[in-house]
Design a protein around this ligand. Structure first.
Ligand code: AMP
Length: 290
């Protein structure tokens, strides 16, 4: 595995790989790698000739009161994990190299962002879009892998790729969970033991909602109420949102007769956690998402 810290070097490597007719799979991350990340890497390894993983804690996607400074970082651990999973190039760009000056153009994501995480994280998806435009160009990826744990991110990035004709495919990868059902996240390290136990109820609430839909309940309001009630009864967390929307458009629905997402954000003292489930109108997980 080659570690690449310089943008020009990464561009040179990508250009050589393209000349040789090989495909490049790309997994963008913010590091502190766990099994969620490695499932993206493993899938990428199966489908692309070369695997490029980036680790970059992107300041543009953090709000002023968010955890940019204390976001967990461990380069040594991440290098070992990447090596173990057969990554070919580990790209670790420097923040000054990525954002040397004020840009001439600022990206603003107009759709799919006024709901879920976008509502309370203004500018977050603009920051995500900006860094990905740069990373997609630098790595010249043919395939880019994204976790469905961040399903709104998948929807926004797919929208961007469609709108601007990026010559790459976005590959969504199912959420990896602990045996308790808790979605793996770099931020789980902030949770106390008791919060970790409570947090497992977030996925249980989503599964319960799935069963309501399988049983024929088509009413979003009732399902949102039940999910909210279950989380309140079983955790001390404070709920930021419970929403049921069409997916990937992320629009409100009056009745469940299309593919939907039920998504939740809960604040614990230690961390803000998100989770979701994507279902077809009968409550089954669509084939593209498992
Ligand atoms: P992050 O480092 O948190 O920016 O995540 C990098 C990529 O890993 C994103 O596409 C995430 O959606 C994905 N990811 C993070 N956690 C999980 C998980 N538990 N299961 C699947 N993908 C994940």
């Amino acid at each position: 595995m080659q570690i690449v810290r310089n943008i020009t070097d990464m561009e040179g490597i990508a250009s050589e790989l393209k000349k040789s007719g090989k495909t490049i799979g790309f997994v963008p991350t913010m590091g502190y790698l766990h099994e969620g990340h490695t499932s993206l890497i493993d899938q990428c390894k199966k489908e692309a000739d070369y695997v490029v993983v980036s680790i970059f804690v992107n300041p543009l996607q953090f709000g002023p009161n968010e955890d940019f400074d204390r976001y967990p970082r461990d380069e040594q651990h991440d290098t070992a994990v990447a090596q173990e999973h057969g990554v070919d190039y580990l790209f670790l760009p420097d923040v000054h190299d990525m954002y040397p000056q004020k840009t001439n153009i600022e990206l603003t994501v107009k759709r799919r962002t006024d709901v879920l995480c976008g509502k309370n994280r203004p500018g977050h998806f603009d920051g995500v879009a900006t860094v990905l435009v740069k990373l997609f160009h630098i790595t010249r990826a043919d395939y880019a892998y994204f976790g469905l744990k961040d399903a709104q991110q998948v929807a926004v990035v797919q929208g961007m790729v469609d709108d601007f004709n990026f010559p790459l495919s976005i590959i969504p990868v199912p959420t990896v969970r602990e045996s308790s059902g808790l979605a793996k996240s770099s931020r789980n390290v902030y949770l106390s033991k008791s919060e970790r136990n409570q947090a497992a109820h977030i996925f249980k609430a989503l599964q319960q909602a799935q069963h309501f839909i399988i049983d024929g309940n088509k009413n979003p309001v009732m399902i949102i109420e039940e999910v909210t009630k279950f989380i309140k009864q079983n955790t001390d967390g404070s709920i930021e949102y419970v929403e049921l929307l069409s997916y990937p458009e992320l629009e409100r629905v009056d009745e469940i007769n299309q593919q939907i997402i039920i998504a939740v954000a809960v604040h614990f003292e230690g961390a803000r956690l998100i989770d979701n489930i994507i279902l077809d109108k009968n409550g089954n997980i669509p084939e593209a998402y498992f």
